[in-house]
Design a protein. Sequence first.
Length: 533
Amino acid sequence: MVYRIGARLMLHASPTLPARVRLTGARFWTADPMNPWAASVDIADGRITAVDAPPRPDLPTITLPATAVVTPGLIDAHIHLSLGGQTLNQIDLSAVHSRTEFESRIEHAARMLAPGRWLRAFGWNEAHWGGERPTSVWLRGAGNTPCIAYRMDQHACVVNDAVLALIGAEPCPAGGEIVRDSTGAATGLLLEQAAWRLVNPRVPIPTVEDRRAALLATFQHCNSFGITAAGSMEYESDLRDAHEYLRTHVRAACTVRVIATILDREWPVDFAWGRAFANDELLAIAGWKSFIDGTLGSRTARMIAPYADDASNRGMLVEFAAEDPDRLRTWARTVIAHGFSPSVHAIGDEALRVALDAIAPEDHARIARFEHCQTMDDAELARMHGRIASMQPLHKADDARVAPARLGDDRMHTFFRFRDLLTAGARLAFGSDWPIVSCDPRLGIRAAVTGLALDGTPCRTDQNLTVEESLRAYTSGAADALRAPALGRIAPGCHADFCVFTDDPFRCQWADTLPRIMATIAAGTPVYGSIAP
């Protein structure tokens, strides 16, 4: 019995494939280095039962186009699903390229805003207009409405006078900065902990209904890019709400497997809820996360030497790393003792050194995830053998525009060492950090295999990866980092999660085009696109 699927299968489509079925016709990339290619895959009840099995006349067969390439469902190893969902309804400033355009977008949005709401925007990047950082004056179009606009990395924000009035004379927390002008007055720009502790708690929490709608929209957004699983960085409150909602109301709509890491902010850490969490195939808790430093773009990433374009500044250590030199190690030891994976944000070269000093002695099984790793001294490169470098290649394409100024020519060799890490025996896991940048893995692969910055200029092309190496980091590498062995591979026993490419990604001219995605299949069910020939 042979089926050719010709109907359009839209997002969140009802199951249309038989419970037991063979997929064939296309080329299947398995992510197994020993047996990378297959010609058929058998599925039963959402799992892969066989690869390249002998013919079975009794098994329904779906013949895919011969030009298609099927990979394991793509995995975003580092994403912020709840935060990203919220930005779907905020003002997007990522394409703004001048102060005039910035101010115009704020003024227009303020006119459209419902009474009583804060005006929230995100995505601005001063690199788009020459480097001038925005101030509260840029937000005057919001009038007396509280207004906040986050930088694209979410490690800085600018607020208007209405929000500054709410903050009042509250002191700046450690690991943060309230930027001031020559007279000592706050400019409205807040960095790191100043943004997170002084502003974020004052922003009204979206209603439960808004958060839930955003979550479902987020799943659909991810499915459209071939993503079937995500290592999501979540606050406990957001995960609690998502957990209750998904398990009691819309189980079938959970088309992205969520493997969550809880964002730490306080000491001591309460692991009770996480230990009692009923992990399953759609929703699980993998670990806890702490921040070591900030970002390269904001000059808050902690560097061994001062910034080339700011000689008095080496960035900052934040949270546990700033509070107590031994606190980070104690935290890591406790996370591991409770059966979880510690995950640490480390962008600056000194931040990674601090992270390895604290965590490596406790991480005998090498389950800790070192997030970002954007700059890395030679000494730390050798220490990454066998350890997980959870990186976001699209960040390279973005930060490549400012890295030469921040680091100087003599330190550019420390920037995004993909090839060096593989040679040193590190384990690569790729993600996006969405909504900081797009969660489309194809854009990440383009950055990793071409070395092109967002403006088209080449950067550290000696660190370029092959398409296969990049896909592995988005599949089996990401699955291993998230301790999810049934994901990221086309092999018997694994989940029947697939990304079906219309165009062969291994033959794609990545600098000029992106391969099209024909369909996304989760647990044997098409959730996006079409598998029509």
